[in-house]
Design a binder for this molecule. Structure first.
Ligand code: NAP
Length: 282
């Protein structure tokens, strides 16, 4: 690969992808938030097909990691047009431009494409989202599947740094709060299989290098609640886990429905020889 384009490079995942070691030219895009980086950056609104075409034509990438998305589950529920135009239509624009340029498309997706109470989902399970974020990301997935025979869809579930990340994320937020002695309320009755941020990057690189195609899950094998995750992060950093308090999913003031289980099994990834990080310290 000579050239890589990362959309959404001002976001958590895109920023870390930009910082990763690549043996090729790397160009990133941002939408509203310019960032300090040595990499070349382009301003881009993926809802504008002409803008997308112009950026892709200029960069002429071999691979596009399409990380740009409307990622707030609540914002998507409250603004269905934002969800559809960014996650479905925006993805169509990126896929159309990338395929016209002969580039492979890598599409980070989400466990929210599932919504039923199956305890854990495999890659081939039939999706069935119950919120608009999940629906719009699934529309993006389907466009990639129908138009990119060599495309790669990588589903994550709550990407966390375990408290040591360079950029703000859920893990570093928890750590910061308990370091300053504040109590943190975290959901204690919904199980998740978090994606450790370093795995999100290195497993994506592993799959891209191996030219893997189709749907892959990139998640820790550990199923735990956010409450248990918070306590693990506290313990890892020698902090007081008692500052973490449980709260029920039903007590959250959220408009978007959430499934009771948000767990993925990273079976295909493990079969390819990549072991995702375990979160629980035994
Ligand atoms: N983080 C997670 O827990 C998680 C879990 C599962 C799946 N994912 C998937 O992983 C990908 C990256 O997530 P993330 O956590 O890095 O998201 P994030 O931090 O919220 O970043 C989103 C990125 O998308 C850009 N963006 C938003 N609207 C845009 C538009 N109309 N045109 C162009 N760019 C736009 C943002 O640009 P500006 O900030 O410059 O406006 C930002 O760079 C997403 O596809 C998401 O669905 C993430």
């Amino acid at each position: 690969m000579d050239s890589l384009l990362v959309t959404g490079a001002s976001g958590l995942l895109g920023r870390c992808l930009l910082d990763a070691d690549w043996d090729c030219e790397v160009v990133g895009t941002y939408y509203t938030t310019p960032i300090e980086t040595d990499r070349e950056m382009a301003q881009l609104d993926i809802r504008d097909a002409e803008q997308v075409e112009a950026v892709v034509e200029r960069v002429d990438p071999d691979v596009v990691i399409h990380s740009a998305a409307a990622t707030s589950v609540e914002a998507c529920e409250e603004d269905p047009e934002l969800a559809r135009e960014t996650n479905a239509l925006g993805t169509k624009h990126v896929v159309d431009a990338a395929t016209a340029a002969g580039a492979r498309v890598i599409y980070p997706s989400t466990a929210y494409v599932f919504g039923d109470d199956t305890p854990v989902h495999a890659e081939d399970d039939e999706p069935g989202p119950i919120n608009l974020y999940g629906e719009s990301k699934l529309e993006g997935e389907r466009y990639v599947q129908e138009n990119c025979p060599d495309g790669l869809i990588a589903r994550f579930c709550v990407v966390v740094s375990l408290g040591g990340g360079e950029y703000p994320d859920f893990g570093s937020w928890i750590r910061g709060r308990i370091e300053s002695g504040e109590r943190v309320q975290l959901i204690s009755n919904q199980r998740i299989t978090p994606t450790v941020l370093t795995d999100a990057i290195s497993a994506l690189q592993f799959l891209i290098e191996g030219e893997s195609q189709g749907v892959f899950h990139i998640t820790s094998p550990d199923q735990l609640t956010r409450y248990e995750l918070g306590r693990e992060i506290a313990r890892r950093h020698g902090l007081d886990p008692e500052l973490i308090e449980g709260i029920a999913l039903s007590e959250m003031d959220w408009s978007a429905p959430r499934p009771q289980h948000l767990c993925l099994r990273a079976e295909k990834l493990r079969h390819q020889g990549y072991e995702p990080t375990k979160i629980r310290i035994e």
